[in-house]
Design a protein around this ligand. Structure first.
Ligand code: NPW
Ligand code: K
Length: 507
């Protein structure tokens, strides 16, 4: 799903009004209806709502929502901070409509003394500011945000949490901290940033019937990874396949006390669809690896505790994954250097291999083109330097991806995939239960296995990250976010593939 800027969304809005055609007030009614349907579906027994409306179209949505909720037998109070300015055309039209049928619910407020008491059971609707925000909230608006944030009520933000910019960082400007954000038609980049997690809460995309032609004709560098995109990437298995069709991969992982990282990476790789897998680990890992991943072949380092040399014949391997649990011993550092000098196929580089690279920036040129780097934010900072917010971090990831001709996956709640062609993809599968030891190792094994099957690096990164998150979601559904383990993610890869296999048929 393409990710548009606030300006593009406005253009899409106008395009739809002209082409459908539909009047803007009717489009607003459609958006408000989608919100009310969502509210009643999510909170079927909820009766009481307190709605705060600004004087732009976001506020217009809020007024229409108020009228529709009242018509469905809910009890609503609307508060409008009085700015002294005339409201937008559709705000005024909806104010008039509400005033005609339920005049008693409308109240204007101007000073902090007039901030209302909100009963604890009420759901608060934030329709103060949407994508039209063009400056930080100050004065009474900021005080209103503070007040709403101080309450324990559930807050549902319409289109955007008020105060948040759709396409740029807000530098700690006042924002509403919502529990749910109902975003019209698609996501906005700000809704996917870890920096804004406290403001956006759970994000729900509500289709409002904007014209698909605009969507198809309009380019944007950013996309959300969704089922439709995955359906175009996934290659179902050939009926007459043999293991040679699906590549041979090498996972280089583990050290004394960190066999688990190697086991998890290899177990994920052998469940990725790969034809053959070899694992390279320290000598003492022999029995552990052979027992827990019998499907993989094994080569051991002469050293009992660490990987110390990587002068291997790498010709059989279509992809190499390196990093999980290898540590940063001097001999391991040398071994990583050896591999970088001799291996030219795309690699998956993770964990300690990234930490080693970060200490040797002069080796970056040795990273094979098309490699996939999988740093978490701290590793990203070590590799490429500190940034002030997620927008600048992602911009830097795009610049480095282009410079190194690599894919960079900045891991997080919505992992961000930067490609050398300047495209950025946001993942939407996965959950907080995956923030647990070993889930990065699983991703590395999975990516290595997918890459070895001949997917392009960009497709492998998109597919791998999505699949990893989906398996994590199924694992959490079965075991809870608390009790799920990284190993459980591997257990649910099978069901994830089955689900993805159905996408192609249902889209
Ligand atoms: N996309 C769609 O398809 C649909 C979109 N719809 C809805 O429209 C919303 C966008 O509406 P919008 O453009 O009227 O902007 P909105 O956010 O209400 O702001 C209004 C005005 O506030 C002002 N202002 C700015 N910053 C401020 C600040 N910090 N503190 C105080 N004031 C501030 C500024 O005016 P200014 O003061 O600069 O003259 C601005 O123009 C969108 O989010 C969605 O809810 C749906 O109805 C239908 C389909
Ligand atoms: K809002």
């Amino acid at each position: 799903m393409k990710l548009f800027t606030a300006q593009q969304i406005r253009d899409w809005d106008s395009y739809t009004m002209q082409e459908e055609p539909i009047a803007s007030i009717d489009l607003m009614e459609r958006a408000a209806t989608a919100c009310v349907d969502w509210l009643q579906h999510r909170f079927p027994k909820q009766e009481f709502y307190t709605i705060f409306c600004g004087k732009g179209n976001n506020g217009g949505d809020g007024l229409a929502i108020a009228r529709l909720l009242m018509a469905r037998n809910c009890s609503v109070t609307v508060y409008i901070p009085e700015s002294g300015q005339q409201g937008s055309y559709d705000f005024q039209a909806n104010l008039e409509r509400l005033n005609q049928v339920y005049p008693e619910v409308i109240q204007f407020i101007e000073t902090p003394e007039e901030l209302p008491l909100v009963a604890t059971g009420n759901i608060i609707i934030d329709a103060i500011l949407g994508t039209g925000i063009n400056r930080p909230a100050t004065g009474f608006t900021a005080a209103l945000f503070d007040y709403i944030n101080s309450l324990s009520n559930i807050v549902v933000a319409i289109d955007m949490p008020s105060g948040l910019y759709a396409d740029k960082a807000g530098d700690n400007n006042p924002v509403i901290e919502a529990d749910h954000t109902l975003s019209f038609q698609g996501y906005k980049r700000a809704l996917l940033m870890a920096d804004n997690a406290g403001a956006v809460g759970e994000v729900h995309v509500l289709p409002i019937g904007l014209d698909p032609d605009y969507y198809n004709q309009t380019n944007t560098p950013f996309e959300v990874i969704d089922a439709a995109l995955i359906a175009t990437i996934y290659k179902p298995r050939l009926r007459f396949a043999h293991k040679g069709n699906y590549g041979h991969g090498l996972v280089i992982a583990g050290s004394y006390g960190k066999n688990g990282a190697a086991v998890l990476a290899c177990r994920a790789a052998v469940r990725s669809g790969i034809g053959l897998l070899t694992c390279y680990t320290q000598d003492s890992g022999y029995i552990v690896l052979q027992t827990s991943v019998p499907e993989a072949m094994l080569i051991t380092d002469p050293d009992p505790d660490h990987i110390t040399e990587l002068q291997l014949d790498t010709t059989p391997y279509r992809a190499v994954g390196i990093g999980p649990g290898i540590g940063t011993q001097p001999a391991t550092i040398k071994a990583v250097y050896q591999l970088l000098q001799q291996y030219r196929q795309p690699m998956v580089i993770d964990a300690d291999a990234l930490n080693i690279l970060a200490k040797h920036p002069d080796w970056y040129d040795l990273i094979p083109s098309g490699s996939i780097l999988t740093p978490h934010p701290k590793e990203f900072e070590r590799l490429f330097g500190a940034t002030t917010n997620n927008f600048t971090q992602q911009q830097l990831a795009l610049e480095k991806a282009q410079l190194l001709n690599c894919i960079i996956i900045v891991k997080g709640h919505h992992s961000f995939i930067a490609t050398p062609a300047g495209k950025g993809f946001y993942n939407t599968t996965g959950n907080a239960g995956m923030a647990t030891g070993g889930s990065g190792d699983v991703l590395t094994g999975l990516l290595t296995g997918i890459l070895a099957q001949g997917y392009t690096p960009e497709d492998a990164a998109i597919f791998g990250v999505y699949l990893h998150g989906l398996a994590g979601d199924l694992a959490a559904a079965a075991n809870s976010m608390e009790a799920m383990t990284a190993g459980d993610i591997i257990e649910y890869l099978g069901q994830s593939f089955q689900q993805i296999g159905r996408y192609g048929r249902s889209i």
